[in-house]
Write a protein that binds this ligand. Structure first.
Ligand code: OSB
Ligand code: MG
Length: 369
């Protein structure tokens, strides 16, 4: 196929509820939607997961717009592409900017699957018809509030509960939730809010039978995490530290984690995500698919990735209604009893809703030669 045109739409949506992590609070969600169009007029869709501020990773909506427009699009337009893995190779000389790369590569994957009359899940090699999903809950005002919020999501059937923690809002919150729900699969995500100086506190996590603690230490660290994992019974899961297969290999060889959260944007696309998957399956490292508060297109990509067999733990891909009054795909992503049924339509399997996309669109750039 030849990519003849790429459309970059700037979107602005607002989440139903603010979401608070150790690095800040988000509610407005500006993001980019990418549409890749081939020589036959077929379209594929991708979503950039970069935020407005570089507090989770260094990329932002604006850096993505620049890198996509000025660097990645010129590499891709008019090229003969036989498989989306070739996009990963084409972008390899460009350092990092993984969320920008993933947004375009995702559009090419969707397009490729549609051309081949396959679901995106099938094109990736995924076999599951349903995926298990959990929920990620932001920092709440009090432990009572956290217990009530957790209760609501347990009632909706989500298969594991992840709570955001930060220094001062950690052990007592986890203790309260664990006492209220002794058997629920629980975990905590610190988004890099601790250092090895907090090791005594982090060891207390072992009292609560957590599935894992996610990214407790620095966003760019794998050395200290290895030291921490030595001292902890609770499995360490890495999120921010893993940007590639090479990062995953080094972390696994060092013993920095027993579990990896795979985010398509953070690792530069579905091709790289699948490489990490294949490596981790070989090494016995458990995987799950993380989330970036995506709208429908990004969410659909997460659903497809999670169908790969190594994604053995419930991910963060909750239903659209957890985030949005209305999503921009038809149907919306629906989680019932903590399961999402993988759609059977070709490509991402959810139809981009052009009316709704127009409603939330604040700008558009069209690239063709
Ligand atoms: O660390 O996984 C994270 C949201 C924003 C930035 C980072 C993270 C998160 C989440 C929410 O945990 C995942 C989701 O519900 O999409
Ligand atoms: Mg995380």
């Amino acid at each position: 196929m030849i990519i003849k045109e790429i459309r970059m739409r700037r979107m602005e949506m607002r989440m139903k509820h603010p979401f608070t992590t150790s690095f800040g609070t988000m509610q407005d969600k500006p993001f980019l939607l990418l549409e890749a169009i081939d020589e036959e007029g077929n379209s594929g869709w991708g979503e950039s997961v970069a935020f407005t501020y570089p507090w989770y990773a260094e990329e932002t909506v604006e850096t993505n717009a620049h890198v996509i427009r000025d660097i990645l699009v010129p590499l891709l337009l008019e090229k003969e592409i036989n498989h989306p893995d070739e996009v990963n190779e084409l972008f390899a000389p460009i350092r990092r900017n993984n969320m920008a790369k993933a947004a375009i590569e995702g559009a090419v994957w969707d397009l490729y699957a549609k051309r081949n009359k396959q679901t995106l899940a099938e094109a990736l090699g995924g076999k599951k018809e349903k995926i298990d999903v959990g929920i990620s809950i932001g920092i709440q005002d009090s432990k009572e509030q956290m217990v009530e919020t957790v209760r609501g999501f347990i009632e909706q059937g989500y298969k594991r509960i992840k709570m955001k923690i930060k220094p001062g809002t950690d052990i007592e919150i986890i203790r309260a939730v664990r006492e209220a729900f002794p058997d629920v699969p629980l975990m905590a995500d610190a988004n890099s809010a601790y250092t090895l100086e907090d090791i005594e506190l982090l060891k207390m996590l072992d009292d609560f039978d957590l599935m894992m603690v996610e990214q407790p230490l620095a966003h760019d660290d794998i050395i200290d995490h290895a030291k921490l994992q030595e001292e902890l019974e609770t499995p360490v899961c890495l999120d921010e530290s893993i940007h590639s297969l090479e990062d995953a290999r080094k972390a696994v060889e060092l013993g920095s984690c027993r579990i990896i959260n795979v985010k398509i944007g953070r690792v530069g696309g579905l091709t790289e995500a699948r490489k990490i998957h294949d490596y981790c399956v070989g090494k016995g490292i458990a995987l799950w698919c993380g989330g970036m508060l995506e709208a429908g297109i990004g969410r659909a990509h997460n659903v497809a990735l999670t169908t790969l067999p190594g994604f053995t733990l419930p991910g963060d891909t909750a239903g659209s209604d957890r985030y949005w009054e209305e999503d921009i795909i038809t149907p919306e992503v629906v989680a019932v009893d903590g399961e999402i049924t993988v759609p059977s339509g070709y490509g991402i399997g959810y139809e981009p809703d052009l009316e709704k996309i127009k409603k939330y669109m604040v700008g558009e750039e069209v690239f063709r030669t």
